[in-house]
Design a protein around this ligand. Sequence first.
Ligand code: SRM
Ligand code: SF4
Length: 585
Amino acid sequence: MSSTVTPAATPAPAAKPLAKNEGLKAASNFLRGNILRDLADQSTGGITEDSGQLTKFHGIYAQDDRDLRNQLRKEGKEKAFSFMARIRVPGGVCTTAQWLALDSLADTHANGTLKLTTRQAFQFHGILKGNLWGAINGVNRALLDTLAACGDVNRNVMCNPNPEQSALHTETLRVTKAIADHLLPRTKAYHEIWVGGDTLVAGGEPEAEPIYGATYLPRKFKIVVAIPPSNDVDIYAHDLGFIAIADASGKKLLGFNVTVGGGLGMSHNQAETFPRIADLLGFCRVDQVVDVAEKILTTQRDFGDRTDRKHARLKYTIEDRGIVWFREEVERRLGYSLGSPRSFEFTHMGDRYGWVDGENGTSHYTLFLMSGRIKGALKPALREIALAHKGDFRLTANQNLMIAGVRPEERDVIEALLKKHKLDTANNQSGLALNAMSCVALPTCGLALAESERYLPKLVSLLENELEAAGLRDDEITLRITGCPNGCARPYLAEIGFVGKSPGKYNVYLGAAFNGSRLNTLYKPNVPDTEIVALLGPIIRRYALERTKDERFGDFVHRTGYVKQTGTPSDFHDKVGSQSATAPI
Ligand code: SRM
Ligand code: SF4
């Protein structure tokens, strides 16, 4: 795989002033800024706002405990600051030794929990300032890192986490890792601050970011790789996607269909912000993938809107300039044309639970984890499995965990451990629970307007009662909830989506496609949590009685007129144009 780097261009002169972060990045000396100074400042548990923006590129977020905020304010005390660290795991592959290292760091340096994210990463929450260096250094000693897990760069690259299932999966994971490695920032700042411990020795080669340049990207950039028929990575939600295309035998990888311009984040009532499904751009061969990823990323680097961070994702560049222009610009940079997209079919999103046999004689077991949060009895249980298991762990794109590479002689041991810890219960969960996701929201997320992770178990159980009464307990229906409209649990791709509006109130969205290829539509805004069952119960009962053979819930609500897509902002917003409601409570 070869690729020639297009030199990073200085952003084109803009009529509007550049966003504040652009100046900060430019002056940061490749992401150093005053991070070291702020870490050493013992007069506060936090860091300055500027450093908070820069540490994101190092995978670290400054947060405070929202549950304590009001009380501390009344007492005239500083917020209860702590840090979240996101650990990049390209393709979701993690060794059991790495798992054990993170499990232990969570106890010694964070709040004792591990969080598996919607993008195949780990998160630590609640790291106190004095523990931050040790936490990140410990992650690196486990041969993982947090570099570029956040920030205006390419983030963790996702892929179906199942390399042993077939040669196709193995090859696709190799490509995923090649993309991830190629697009990593080259700054030595990360190593200097968190790994080496010494400041960079003066002299030597001046630093450079050959792909990104000194101001990196206008905004975050997300890449995923999907292997049909599974759309487990939610390809249409991402800036750039590659869909693996195999030959007629289904075993040999021919190349990838390329998708661009997906993204979900929006702000309530701001019609110029909206979720967008990615477009199909073309087809490329396996040996072209890294080059194609780079040229698409650099096109966005040079043409993305650096004046307005709410309009800076690739989805807006494509929406404004058109997909034809975008393809021409990418092909000009590539020096060759992309092929026409090949045919493919996605049948579902989400994960397939339980045992699956791979072609190489091993098998893997996918475990259901509510919201990806590992705490309480679950944590020592998974530690015991990690200690016994001879293969790997895999993080899925849906906050779940796969015990992978289980050899036949090992299977009894793993099965016994799953049984002992009651983790073999995926089949006892309802179809709704198995297809439910939430974002983190309160108490750590600074942008949350309502509960999400802490409310999901109750929400699922309330709706399970309705489904059970309608005889639909085992039916797979996708449900996703977020505490604000940023879309971290991809709620606009759920058949039933809840998006936090204010404490205890949610916008309810219905009608996404079960295979992730259609967004949902706002059904009712501002619904109090106490009224959700009354709102959805009758629709669930009608679905049970009137659905056609194999008709999915998301398709049913369209056919029967509960929602209608218009292709306008009103599909997502209620009071379009009025003041934003995204100010944190
Ligand atoms: Fe997200 C910001 C959590 C996946 C769209 N996201 C945040 C922050 C960092 C809040 C902040 O900026 O202060 C949240 C930290 C909460 C906490 O306490 O941990 C946060 N996002 C998450 C995670 C952990 C949710 C989860 O429960 O798993 C996911 C981490 C993924 C990872 O490992 O990298 C997560 N975020 C997503 C996704 C889903 C995806 O990418 O598949 C989206 C929608 C897709 C997209 O990007 O369009 C998403 N997060 C956002 C946005 C809106 C971006 C936009 O274009 O408007 C923000 C806010 C922002 O960037 O300004 C945000
Ligand atoms: Fe926070 Fe909003 Fe993302 Fe939930 S969707 S984690 S509330 S930013």
